[in-house]
Design a protein around this ligand. Structure first.
Ligand code: FES
Ligand code: FES
Length: 167
């Protein structure tokens, strides 16, 4: 099949790729670029494991064709080093055991980041609503929700990563 030239920005680096018109974004990211923090949990838009940011909006990369990202800025979890919200979330997930196998974690972190950028002080119900499209096979939902609430508190308090949060 004839390939198409694709120009976009991936984790803040401008790139050009040749892709098949039918190639899914998730396969381009994982198979061609080795960005394996983008997971495939279902392939049917159910689980959120393949979540990435497209122009800073969360999207399921298993439902997007690579060619649809012409000119788009794509971020995967690998490109979020130094992002203060993701950094706080990672610390909170670590402190409160918000992960077991970690398969759902990249998608959870990006979905939670999106929430915390919209809401500084979400309720538990609002966290659950924001994450309802991200499935955890290990079913550790309570710890995940608690970790997102802790990260929100850390960000509100301006707690530096590495310090305990006492809110
Ligand atoms: S792999 Fe994309 S939603 Fe499950
Ligand atoms: S921690 Fe295992 S799938 Fe969520």
């Amino acid at each position: 099949m004839e390939k198409v030239q694709l120009h976009n920005t991936i984790n803040d680096v401008s790139e050009t790729h040749e892709v098949e018109p039918r190639q899914l974004l998730v396969h381009m990211l994982r198979d061609s670029l080795r960005l394996t923090g983008v997971h495939i949990g279902c392939d049917t838009s159910q689980c959120g494991a393949c979540t990435v940011l497209l122009d800073q909006q969360t999207a399921r990369s298993c439902t997007v064709l690579a060619v649809q990202t012409e000119g788009v800025s794509i971020h995967t979890i690998e490109g979020m080093e130094g992002d203060p919200t993701v950094t706080a979330l990672k610390q909170a997930f670590n402190e409160l055991h918000g992960l077991q196998c970690g398969f759902c974690t990249p998608g959870m972190l990006l979905a939670a980041r999106s929430l915390l950028l919209r809401m500084r002080d979400p309720s538990e119900a609002e966290v659950r609503e924001a994450l309802h499209g991200n499935l955890c096979r290990c079913t550790g939902y309570q710890n995940i929700v608690d970790a997102v609430l802790l990260a929100a508190a850390m960000l509100r308090q301006g707690v530096a990563v590495g310090e305990p949060c006492h809110e």
